[in-house]
Design a protein around this ligand. Structure first.
Ligand SMILES: [Zn+2]
Length: 324
């Protein structure tokens, strides 16, 4: 069989350094409608499945790295699999995702060999190999979509899983529904030797410690380019006009199903006027100060999001001169 693996680009693409970005699965999207092929993959001895209990990954406990994939029989022993989707081939080994009924994590399925850990903690605590994070991001976003799209948006009838999990079909009206990914622009605003960082309202609630400064960000709206979304969001949140916008890197962000589009945005002015409904504080940081934040050495204890987040990647790339 022809080797379908793409060679790694040289130099490496910036996106490859983002959390959840490494995913080696060959998705074989052209064969998802071949039910016989998918059934044969489920019977293959190497077939494995990533299990989610609602939004929470279910892992096999281990002393160091936990292990994620179960055999299909093991997964069936964890509870009824409400949906099962084909993620792709890892070499010759088929990998699936399965959704079981949501339970409180503390219940831990009453099994001592099982751990239930949210995906953000798995990533920040290094509980799984990095390739598995990308596959789990794919599984989590897809299963979130299945869990929240059980009924047809066109006629209201129940829908059923189709195309090995990459479509939901409505038998009542014939409408086909496809998994969605929401684009979000996240931008490092720069001017001269400085960059603009802010604190979104609710940052502490989102799990980041007090004193965390990050890039501005916002959803791309209908009929908008990424560049226009960057200009609109920065002006709305910080009152700053933006000229040139350059794409730098992107990141799948499975909370629940976002594509983060990381950009560098050149500010025309420097006068910050925050929208207090969205931003608690925003101010300019010199390159030296941004470096102190990155290395957790800022004299005022200011920080930025962890390496997992694309904001960290954007700030690091600008501090090192790789992105400008
Ligand atoms: Zn319908």
């Amino acid at each position: 069989m022809q080797d379908r693996q793409f060679p790694p680009p040289r130099p490496p693409e910036p996106s490859a350094s983002a959390g959840f970005a490494v995913n080696r699965l060959d998705r074989r999207s052209e064969r998802r409608d071949d039910a016989d092929w998918i059934d044969a993959l489920k019977q293959a001895p190497g077939a494995r499945v990533l299990v989610l209990s609602g939004e929470i990954p279910v892992l096999k406990k281990a002393s160091e790295h936990h292990a994620a994939p179960f055999t299909l029989d093991e997964a069936a022993g964890l509870g009824a699999m409400r949906e099962i989707a084909f993620l792709g081939l890892d070499g010759d080994a088929p990998l699936f995702a399965a959704l079981i009924d949501a339970r409180a994590p503390e219940e831990d399925l009453n099994r001592e060999d099982i751990a239930m850990v949210d995906l953000r903690s798995i990533a920040t605590q290094d509980l799984l190999p990095v390739e598995m994070l990308g596959a789990f991001a794919q599984a989590k976003s897809l299963m979130h979509w299945h869990a929240t799209h059980r009924f047809c948006a066109n006629c209201g009838a129940p829908t059923r899983l189709a195309a090995a999990g990459w479509r939901r079909a409505c038998d009542a009206c014939g409408k086909q529904h496809f998994p969605r990914t929401d684009p979000v622009v996240i931008m490092l605003v720069v001017n001269g030797g400085d960059c603009l960082l802010g604190r979104h309202v609710g940052t502490v609630r989102a799990g980041y410690p007090k004193g965390t400064y990050s890039c501005l960000a916002g959803y791309v709206e209908s009929g908008e380019t990424c560049e226009d979304a960057v200009r609109r969001e920065v002006f709305e949140e910080a009152g700053i006009k933006i000229g040139r916008v350059d794409y730098y890197a992107s990141q799948p962000w499975p909370f629940p199903a976002t594509l983060m589009i990381g950009c560098i945005a050149e500010a025309i002015g420097r006068d910050v006027q925050i929208d207090p409904k969205e931003i608690e504080d925003a101010r300019w940081f010199s390159r030296e100060e941004a470096e102190l934040i990155l290395t957790d050495a800022h004299p005022d204890g200011l920080r930025c999001p962890p390496k997992l987040a694309i904001a960290n990647l954007l700030i690091s790339a600008w501090v090192s001169g790789e992105a400008r």
